[in-house]
Design a protein. Structure first.
Length: 234
């Protein structure tokens, strides 16, 4: 068999997890699949947790490639859209990198890219750091919430949203007047479009926080339509 490398191990581990599931995945089963003793795997990864994080990081391959370099807002917006799409496409792998700070290559590149764009735009260190956390938490949190329905057909998602709106409309208007009144306005469009709306409003806030002389660097806060977002989930 070919000499083991971290890349070979991660690729094999993703395949093994794909057919045994997350709960049943183990380094022993991985070793059996690639005809290697688990000790050989541990020569490349200090623990199962380190291997799992490397597997999660693989789901982010290419996310930060060929981004627009200017204006800063377009770069950050596009990157967040790609991160969310990658999380929705590989929800199990994406969940492996949510519980700790970035440690692997793709995660670190994403972090560096966002921080650099925010700093170059003119935000001071504190606001750039806070902006980074807000963007990542919105993006990853949105994907985690939407992942359950992401694989459903659009018609199925539309039916579910309509059922939810009906549930709100049926509430006691004396106790929940706003929920009843706005029931038909809840869950508008697709989940991608709702994420784009939230992302644009967050970017509006960061743009407003720029020093006055730096604000032209960002593009018009109201110029980002949601129609550019592909409907990968509902």
């Amino acid at each position: 068999m070919a000499r083991l490398t971290p890349d070979i191990i991660v690729s094999a581990a993703i395949d093994v997890m794909g057919y045994v599931g997350f709960e049943q995945f183990s380094v022993r089963k991985l070793g059996e699949a690639i005809d290697a003793d688990p000790t050989a795997i541990y020569r490349h990864f200090r623990s199962k947790d380190e291997l799992l994080r490397a597997m999660g990081d693989r789901s982010l391959d290419g996310v930060a490639d060929d981004l627009p370099t200017t204006p800063w807002r377009e770069c950050v917006r596009e990157l967040c859209i790609r991160i969310r799409a990658a999380n929705l496409a590989h929800p199990t792998l994406a969940s492996l990198v949510r519980g700790a700070p970035p440690r692997h290559h793709n995660e670190l590149i994403i972090t560096e890219t966002i921080l650099r764009q925010l700093r170059d735009a003119g935000l001071d260190a504190d606001l750039a750091a806070r902006g980074y956390h807000a963007l990542i938490e919105l993006t990853i949190g949105s994907a985690a919430i939407d992942s359950t329905m992401a694989s459903m057909a659009p018609t199925t998602r539309d039916t579910i949203y309509d059922e939810w709106r009906s549930d709100y409309a049926a509430l006691d208007p004396a106790e929940f007047p706003q929920s009843v009144e706005l029931a038909r306005s809840l869950y508008p469009g697709t989940a991608d479009q709702r994420f784009a709306f939230a992302l644009d409003r967050l970017l509006d806030g960061l743009t407003a926080a720029l020093p006055r002389s730096s604000s032209p660097t960002g593009s018009n806060p109201t110029s980002h339509g949601v129609q550019r977002i592909s409907d990968v989930d509902g």
